[in-house]
Design a protein around this ligand. Structure first.
Ligand SMILES: NC(=O)c1ccc[n+]([C@@H]2O[C@H](COP(=O)([O-])OP(=O)(O)OC[C@H]3O[C@@H](n4cnc5c(N)ncnc54)[C@H](OP(=O)(O)O)[C@@H]3O)[C@@H](O)[C@H]2O)c1
Length: 294
């Protein structure tokens, strides 16, 4: 199965905010840049090939953030994909600053976020960002100030829709008192169900949910992960791999889920997109879930 060329269209379509259609299986750009989301890619030519190949394979949802590099992932997207093919949606984020590899601080001050939006527009060579996500709620800044700034950018036509990241249902409710929220982006995978309540909340309200770390930060792919052997056998029955099984599980788990697997390699990208066609029976998915919990 991993060698067959599949289009991301096979994953189905989700309407972000009710009016921005994307194929549900997207691509996340954090792994395009250096380790710890810091610095230039190890192989810049391959990074650009990955972006072009994603679009060729029908990926229409590309997730990024100003904090990846910082700035480098957005710059690569602007350099590689402009003019954007019809239907390609760039979802970016702001509100996390980065001081070194895997070293971050949250900043939600209005002036900072407004600058973030302006700089993302410039790097991405866009006049409007279809989906702008507040990367984290800054505990030192009132939510009204952070989301008020994004609301103003929306009113000025610089942002189409607003999303949140790493939030609970209560935080989404607080945010919706300020501005409509159309997506959340939380850590979620077969091996990490900490945000199950948020997923249920989003499912009931038609809010899109972009699960990050679809392989639990790579844990699911490690041969010493306790369930790896059994999951590998289940995947192999379908001619598939554990990354494909993990992505297909997300796609069948809820129609609001839009996985954004990250990779720096074309071969892995092709393998990941092929997961859009992997279908298991309800009994087999139950076996996968039991195995992952064991
Ligand atoms: N909102 C947030 O706070 C937040 C946080 C983290 C990430 N994100 C977003 O979520 C996206 C997904 O997270 P992630 O990329 O860190 O996911 P992940 O679950 O950690 O998986 C990525 C890792 O798996 C490897 N990989 C990918 N496809 C593979 C395959 N088919 N076979 C073997 N290895 C494979 C990649 O290495 P190779 O490069 O070698 O393929 C990379 O090391 C990010 O790109 C980013 O857009 C958001």
């Amino acid at each position: 199965m991993s060698k067959k060329i599949t289009s991301a269209a096979a994953s189905g379509t989700f309407l972000i905010g009710g009016d921005v259609p994307v194929h549900r299986l997207g691509y996340g750009t954090m792994r395009l840049v250096g380790d710890g989301a810091w610095g230039e890619p190890a192989d810049p030519a391959e990074a650009k090939r990955v972006l072009r190949r994603a679009v060729d394979l029908g990926v229409t949802l590309i997730d990024t953030a100003d904090a990846y590099g910082p700035e480098i992932a957005e710059r690569l997207i602007g350099e590689t994909l402009v003019p954007y093919p019809a239907g390609v949606v760039i979802a970016t984020k702001g509100g996390i600053t980065r001081q070194g590899p895997a070293k971050t601080e949250y900043v939600g001050r209005a002036g900072y976020l407004i600058q973030c939006v302006e700089m993302s527009l410039r790097r991405l060579k866009l006049e409007r960002i279809d989906l702008y996500q507040l990367h984290r709620i800054d505990p030192r800044t009132p939510l009204e100030e952070s989301l008020g700034a994004l609301k103003r950018m929306q009113e000025q036509g610089k942002i189409r829709h607003i999303g949140l990241s790493e939030v609970t249902p209560a935080e989404i409710e607080d945010a919706e008192k300020i501005v409509p929220i159309v997506t959340v982006q939380n850590r979620y995978s077969l091996a990490d169900l900490r945000h199950e309540e948020t997923l249920k909340y989003c499912g009931l309200r038609g809010i899109g949910f972009l699960p990050w770390y679809p392989y639990a930060g790579g844990k699911l792919l490690k041969p010493d992960y306790p369930a790896a052997q059994t999951l590998g056998h289940i995947a192999a029955r379908h001619g598939a791999t554990i990354p494909q099984l993990s992505l297909a599980w997300l796609l069948q788990r809820s129609p609001v889920l839009m996985p954004i697997p990250g990779t720096s390699k074309v071969a892995h990208l092709e393998e990941n997109v092929a997961a859009a066609e992997l279908k298991l029976s309800p009994e087999e998915w139950a076996e996968v879930e039991t195995t992952a919990k064991s």
